[in-house]
Structure formats: C-alpha cells, structure tokens
Design a protein around this ligand. Structure first.
Ligand code: 13P
Length: 254
C-alpha cells in the first residue's frame, strides 16, 4: 500500500501573525517541489488567518491545534470546527499530550472533538502516546490500545479515511530523545494492527501514522523509511523554514 507522506509542523504556542507569515513566505519556495508529500503547518489560533493568506496558492496546508465539539454556544475561550473551516483551515490536531497533561483532555473529549471535526469536513490528526513511566511499566500497548479504542469510538471506516494518527511518545517530546526507528516502528505496527481490528484491514492499510517527538532533519529519513511510519508531527524543527524543509526532503528520501 502506497501511502502519501504527511509532515505537519505543530508550532504550539509560538509565532504571532507577522512571524507566522514570515515563516510561510520563507517556506513556500523551499517546499514547492515536495508535491509527493502533504505539507501542513499548525499555528496558534490568532495566527491562522495570516498563515492561510500567506499559504494561498502554494502546496502548504493549514491546521489548527485544537477544536471544540459544539458548533457554537456558551463556551468561553473555545473555537468550533465550523469557525476553523470558514477561516480556511483544513487539518486539526486533536488530543496532543500537552493538552492531555495540562488541560484535562481525556479519551472521551478527544472522541467528541474528533466527531465534530469530521462532521465539519476537517482532517483530524489524532495524537496518542505513552509516558516514560507507562513505557517502563510495559504498559505502552495497553495505553495506546485504550487511546485508540476510546478516542475513535463510534467512527466508521469511511470516517477513518480522513483521519491521521500521530504516535508521540511523551518521553520523546521536546527532550531531544527520539524513539529509535525500531522502537517507533514497533508501536506504529501495533497502532495499525489495532485500527485493523477495529475498522478492518483495508482501513488499516490506508491509514497514515505520523511519528512525533524530537524528529529533526538528522533522523527523519530513517524514521520515515520504516514500514509503518508515514510522516511526522514536528515541534521544534518546524519553527524554522530551512530545518522544516530539510526535514521534509530527508523524509522523502531526497
Ligand atoms: P518536538 O518535535 O519539539 O519534540 O515536539 C513534538 C511534538 O509534540 C509535535 O506535536
């Protein structure tokens, strides 16, 4: 099964509108040749419009970092899927470990956000991953199995065609400690098997699974060369145009 590589930059809480526009303007010529990958940038909410405008007409797609499950209403501080779509956003990250750790995100809220995103036509990037304590306690598959079962509950195989899973081992995020390609591949394979058991073999074989956690130009090639690794969700290395473009080029084996 040929799966198109998908590389997304998660800018987290970095870059105001001017800095976001500048990064995208620098990135455009550097990634214009990477038509064999989906290239996505995910800025903070207040930077989205500037980035959508800067990316217009290029092969750079725009994603948000979170979405609320209601269409509208009394949810102070929240943003709906419809609002994202009407701002020109195509992708959305859901259930990032930082949201699970600091903002009370659970598998149930991930599931609600995911359903709202799909209903509005967004392409969700659903994050899963274990902490260091869970890995050391041999709980990795148990944790990720639960995150997938509960996070994807109620979805159909047709829904899953629009979903990307990001495997981000919490112990590798922002720490400089990348999972070795073999360790990452083992868990990616488990994710694909679990999705296969839930939604069938065809859905599993078409599913794109990104790796995230200290992915950089130096390790992207070997990671994405693994059988079940189809791209990356990038934090730090996505904040500069040259490193992000180099990382994509490495991931594509150029
Ligand atoms: P780093 O690439 O900075 O480790 O962050 C990974 C991440 O959390 C992307 O969502």
């Amino acid at each position: 099964m040929e799966r198109k590589v998908v590389i997304a930059g998660n800018w987290k809480m970095n870059k105001d509108a001017a800095a976001g526009r500048e990064l995208v303007e620098s990135l455009k010529p550097l990634v214009a040749g990477f038509t064999d990958a989906d290239v996505v940038v995910c800025p903070p909410f207040t930077t989205l419009s500037a980035v959508v405008a800067a990316a217009a007409g290029s092969n750079i797609k725009v994603g948000a970092q979170n979405v609320h499950w209601a269409e509208s209403g009394a949810f102070t501080g929240e943003i709906s899927a419809e609002m994202l779509v009407s701002s020109g956003v195509e992708y959305v990250i859901i259930g990032h470990s930082e949201r699970r750790q600091y903002f009370g995100e659970t598998d149930a809220t991930v599931n609600s956000r995911l359903k709202a995103a799909l209903k509005a036509g967004l392409k969700p990037i659903v994050c899963v991953g274990e902490t260091l304590a869970e890995r050391e306690g041999n709980k990795t598959n148990e944790v990720i199995g639960r995150q997938l079962r509960d996070g994807l509950a109620g979805l159909t195989a047709a829904d899953m065609a629009n979903v990307i899973i990001a495997y981000e081992p919490v112990w590798a995020i922002g720490t400089g400690k990348t999972a070795t390609p073999a360790i990452a591949e083992e868990t990616h394979k488990f994710i694909r098997e679990t999705v296969g058991a839930l939604f069938g073999a065809a859905t599993a074989s078409a599913l794109r699974i990104q790796y995230g956690g200290s992915m950089k130009p130096e390790n992207a090639r070997e990671l994405v060369a693994q059988a079940d690794i189809d791209g990356g969700l990038i934090g730090g290395a996505a904040l500069k145009a040259d490193s992000f473009a180099k990382l994509i080029s490495e991931a594509l084996g150029r």
